[in-house]
Design a binder for this molecule. Structure first.
Ligand code: FE
Ligand code: FE
Ligand code: ZN
Length: 292
């Protein structure tokens, strides 16, 4: 079965229930959210009543909570020595929030070494992850990155080095991001090659999520600018082939494509995905739907 969702909001008043309702309105059977603003550490208290209503509604709609993903705030930088003092406790806090929400997968950007070098960056990430994971049962999925600036994790070898250093192998995993992979120089026109490489490195078994995005830039650009599916350099056919690759059928797929003006594109992108048919009229479809 296709497990498909998108990034949805998590609002103060509606929390997980609001996120779920948003996902359902797009025809999704999973989703991903941040438990607060991604760019700061302000976190509102969680309301158990809303959580329980959401979990109940998930069961009624056959949404498996194990497929639902939380994204860690991107201000967390486990690679930078100077930021560890606040990144580690904050990430532990974030894991506790996931537990309280009954979620068990947290996607994390490995971090940027900001000039310290890849080796120091990776050592810091391993040190921090071992601290965090000794405090939680959440599985942290390391996201493959575009390689912008000094980002770590834009190739599978770096991800492998991190995983090798993590003591808690049952609580670590990988999240692929198609835009990031292409921007990092991976050719997505034959995704089996990518999956074979993951197998060769003994990393395939760690795969827990895939972010589905097209890219505004060509392969190897290291820019990290997401595009609506079929509208970028990866292209609709390649993306459909990734989504429907048999080896990935049990992996949740999450869209993080850009809004069209003020409106979310996901309902219509998911329609294209389910129909396996590209619609070159996405912007007007979205605008007409949300403006009526
Ligand atoms: Fe991400
Ligand atoms: Fe992503
Ligand atoms: Zn990105």
């Amino acid at each position: 079965m296709l497990i498909i969702g998108s990034h949805v909001s998590f609002k103060k008043d509606t929390q997980l229930l609001g996120s779920l309702k948003e996902a359902l309105s797009y025809g999704e059977n999973t989703f991903m959210f941040y438990t607060g603003a991604p760019q700061n550490t302000n976190r509102l208290p969680l309301d158990d009543e809303l959580t329980n209503m959401a979990l109940d509604m998930m069961r009624k709609n056959n949404i498996d909570k194990n497929n639902v993903i939380v994204h860690a705030p991107y201000i967390v930088n486990l690679a930078n020595t100077d930021k560890l003092d606040y990144s580690i406790p904050f990430l532990i806090e974030e894991c506790k929030r996931c537990e309280k929400l009954s979620m068990n997968k947290l996607v994390l950007h490995p971090g940027s070494h900001v000039g310290l070098g890849i080796d120091t960056g990776i050592d810091n990430i391993i040190f921090a992850l071992n601290k965090v994971l000794s405090n939680t049962n959440i599985t942290i999925l390391l996201e493959t990155m575009a390689g912008k600036g000094s980002e770590i994790g834009s190739n599978f070898n770096e991800i492998k080095r991190i995983i090798e250093g993590v003591k808690f192998k049952d609580k670590i995993g990988i999240c692929l991001d198609t835009c990031h992979l292409s921007d990092a120089g991976y050719d997505l026109s034959n995704f089996d090659n990518i999956l074979d490489e993951l197998e060769r490195l003994d990393l395939f078994k760690y795969l827990g999520c895939i972010h589905i995005n097209d890219s505004k830039n060509s392969m190897g650009s290291r820019k990290d600018r997401h595009e609506n599916i079929g509208y970028g350099y990866i292209g609709f056919t390649n993306i459909i082939n990734i989504i429907y690759n048999d080896r990935l059928s049990s992996i949740p797929k999450i869209l993080e494509t850009p809004y069209i003006g003020l409106y979310p594109p996901y309902k219509f992108e998911i329609e294209m995905i389910r129909n396996k048919k590209f619609n070159d009229n996405l912007p007007s479809l979205v605008e007409e739907y949300y403006e009526k």
